[in-house]
Design a protein around this ligand. Structure first.
Ligand code: GLA
Length: 390
């Protein structure tokens, strides 16, 4: 349905036919703010994401159109002028990807038309930007038949965030969107980039995504600030230890050196270290079918993000703390960067309707506007879709 719609849209905007692609969004089950600390993350790709339709042009014009931002119209540049331009707004994400592919030496000497349509809520922390980046990566790889690996596209997507857009994010989002596999979570070591796909066997439970509908204003500056606090902590701890990142420490190693850090920095570092250990424990629990243990670790993760890392906020706390009290809930926590955005809960099938009704009602009462709920369908990573697929 949606696939046909985006193909027809492409035809009406660009007056020709194109090839259809899709890139998912992601949720993170556990392992938050650990990627840039050299720790582990445990995300999965979801079936909500971004569709793209694309075709090559004969000239050097690159034209982008997003059905999510129709008032911006067609945004264009040439293959030889792919600099960041504020007025290009959302199109800076795909521009950045093409730019860095070219800078890496890939032969992109011809223009293209690309239409985007995403069904991920914007700014909700489900990685709509990584979805656009990875989508652009697979599109350009296909259009120009580039010999570029998936991992290279992932790293390039992160570079777009860091160097082109200016958010110092880690590699989790692009990795999850690029490497996702249906009904699996990805246990990724962000230091080595070794990863393992773990079957997501939820035993008659589903993952419910809870959207605060609070946009993450100021999120980026706070995000960079947390990252800086952790980097400072590494420098200080390095007077006694020899580490590159907080993710290398056990809880015991950290505790025995923690007093070297000023109080606020100590809290931030404590989260980074303990969250990494929790993530490893949670992945092990899931592999052994210990869902209750997994849920408990999710809850502890949220507490640590709330009390030590301080990235939750009242909206996420209301959703998660209400979820904790309801029957059929195995665990709940915020997901993504925080400061608004989404939380997730693992809920027994039979309780999902009442869960959504009760969390929704309490959120409305306390916050004054509605939350949204979606059932997560765990899906594959960014890909070309067959043209005859419906
Ligand atoms: C954002 C970033 C990721 C990661 C998470 C927090 O989603 O893009 O790299 O740091 O926040 O875990």
């Amino acid at each position: 349905m949606e696939k046909q719609k985006v193909k027809s849209l492409f035809e009406s905007v660009f007056k020709k036919e194109g090839i259809l692609f899709f890139a998912p969004g992601r949720i993170n089950l556990i392992g938050e703010h650990t990627d840039y600390n050299g720790g582990h993350v445990f995300p999965c790709a979801i079936s909500l994401g971004t569709y793209g339709v694309a075709s090559l042009r004969e000239d050097d014009q690159v034209r982008f159109y997003s059905e999510n931002f129709p008032d911006k119209g067609i945004i264009s540049c040439t293959v030889n002028e792919l600099d960041y331009r504020k007025k290009d707004d959302w199109a800076n994400y795909p521009k950045g990807v093409i730019r860095y592919l070219k800078d890496s030496g890939y032969a992109i000497n011809q223009g293209m038309d690309i239409l985007f349509y995403g069904n991920l809520p914007n700014g909700a922390g489900l990685s709509s930007s990584a979805s656009i980046e990875m989508l652009t990566g697979v599109i350009v790889k296909d259009l120009f038949q580039l010999e570029v690996s998936r991992l290279e596209l992932i790293k390039l997507g992160q570079k777009v965030e860091n160097a082109f857009i200016g958010v110092n994010s880690g590699i989790m989002d692009q990795f999850a969107v690029g490497m996702g596999k249906k009904d699996h979570a990805i246990l990724l070591d962000c230091q080595t980039l070794d990863y393992e796909l773990v079957p997501l066997e939820l035993q008659a439970h589903k993952i419910v995504i809870m959207n605060t509908n609070k946009r993450r204003e100021l999120a980026d500056s706070k995000y960079n600030e947390r990252r800086q606090e952790c980097e400072e902590a590494v420098k200080i701890l390095n007077q006694a230890l020899s580490i590159q990142a907080l993710g290398e420490l056990t809880n015991e190693e950290f505790t025995s050196h923690a007093e070297q850090l000023p109080p606020l920095m100590r809290k931030r570092a404590k989260h980074a270290v303990s969250e990494n250990i929790r993530t490893l424990e949670a992945a092990a629990a899931l592999k052994q079918g210990k869902l209750a243990a997994f849920g408990k670790l999710m809850n502890e993760s949220h507490e640590s993000l709330r009390d030590d890392y301080e990235v939750t906020g009242v909206e996420l706390d209301i959703l998660v703390e209400t979820a904790w009290q309801l029957p059929g809930v195995v665990g709940a926590r915020m997901t993504g960067a925080g400061f608004g955005g989404c939380a997730i809960a693992i809920v027994e099938d039979a309780h999902i309707d009442t869960f959504i009704q009760q969390v929704g009602q309490r959120y409305q009462e306390k916050i004054g506007y509605a939350a949204d709920f979606y059932i997560a369908d765990i899906s594959d990573g960014a890909t070309i879709l067959e043209e005859d697929e419906t």
